[in-house]
Design a protein around this ligand. Structure first.
Ligand code: NDP
Length: 266
């Protein structure tokens, strides 16, 4: 019998997940279908229970339901617990397991696909929202020399520091002047509205990487980094890698993302 998976969100029409997972299924010869479900804003739990009754094996969860998914899960993986959000649900033996594959996806994209290691590097994470929270622990696990979290509202960054990252330093954009970093990750949503972040000249060290979690458009952050002569990358690789990690959680087999990443960029 063909297994069924889905991505749940609102809106959902733009999601690339069905396309990506069908590619993974074809590549790994797994018998499954993956569909997109538009979930009413007030009916996440109800929709999950309906889908489980229909026999779904699992689902991905996207905006705005990652926190609700975290609350709904009967069990959480350690990385989902740290992230405070769930992007992958597994339905098995009457139990809902919540996982978060965003951090693993980001780390793999930067280290494996882009060939930039975190070990010994000065890392700057811009933003302290859901995406930043999901990647903080996975970055720290790679032993950077330092992790600095910079957020517009300092309280949110301090909360992140207190709850999951006591070894991280917390600053605001005003504190960035005169500092240099080897890896700068933009986990703010400023690019969605084409807003420029107040970043100083000289922020990027020699041979630094500027990584924007957003994909599909040239954000002001990427434009600024290019202008500073820095290597840049967007979040498409992260999207593929977090999907591959979810696929692995469900199916126990890891798709070859390298082939797909080059296909996407053509
Ligand atoms: P949240 O809404 O949870 O957080 C938004 C963050 O952006 C906050 O830290 C907020 O700061 C900051 N921010 C927003 N506008 C500005 C601005 N003009 N100047 C400075 N800071 C700003 O969003 P998420 O964390 O869920 O998502 C962040 C980004 O990551 C999105 O663009 C999303 O598309 C992307 N993403 C990509 C993924 C991928 O697979 N490639 C996966 C997940 C997310 P403040 O606290 O001060 O409001």
């Amino acid at each position: 019998m063909t297994d069924i998976y889905a991505v749940l969100g609102n809106p959902i029409a733009h999601s690339k997940s069905p396309f990506i997972h069908q590619l993974f299924a074809k590549q790994t010869q797994q018998d499954l279908v993956y569909r997109a479900e538009l979930v009413p804003l007030d009916a996440f739990a109800q929709t999950v229970s309906q889908l489980r009754a229909e026999g779904l094996k699992g689902c991905n969860v996207t905006v705005p339901f990652k926190l609700e998914a975290w609350l709904l899960a009967d069990q959480l993986t350690p990385r989902a617990k740290d992230a405070g959000a769930v992007n992958t649900l597994v339905f098995q033996d009457g139990v809902i397991l919540g996982d978060n594959t965003d951090g693993a996806g980001l780390v793999r994209d930067i280290q494996v696909n882009l060939g930039v290691g975190f070990a010994g590097k000065r890392v700057l994470l811009l933003g302290a929202g859901g995406a930043a929270q999901g990647v903080t622990q996975p970055i720290l696990a790679e032993h950077p020399a330092s992790l600095t979290i910079c957020n517009r509202s300092i309280a949110k960054a301090q909360h992140l520091q207190t709850t999951i990252a006591p070894s991280a330093e917390v600053i605001t954009f005003d504190d960035l002047a005169g500092r240099q970093y080897d890896i700068v990750i933009n986990a703010t949503s400023a690019g969605l509205t084409d807003q420029q972040l107040p970043l100083p000249n000289g922020l990027f060290a020699e041979r630094a990487l500027a990584y924007d979690m957003m994909y599909g458009r040239e954000t002001p952050f990427i434009a600024f980094a290019r202008q500073q002569g820095t290597q840049v990358a967007d979040g498409l690789g992260m999207l593929l890698e977090q999907a591959a990690e979810a696929f692995f959680v469900w199916r126990g087999i890891r798709p070859d993302t390298a082939v797909l990443i080059s296909g996407f960029q053509e």
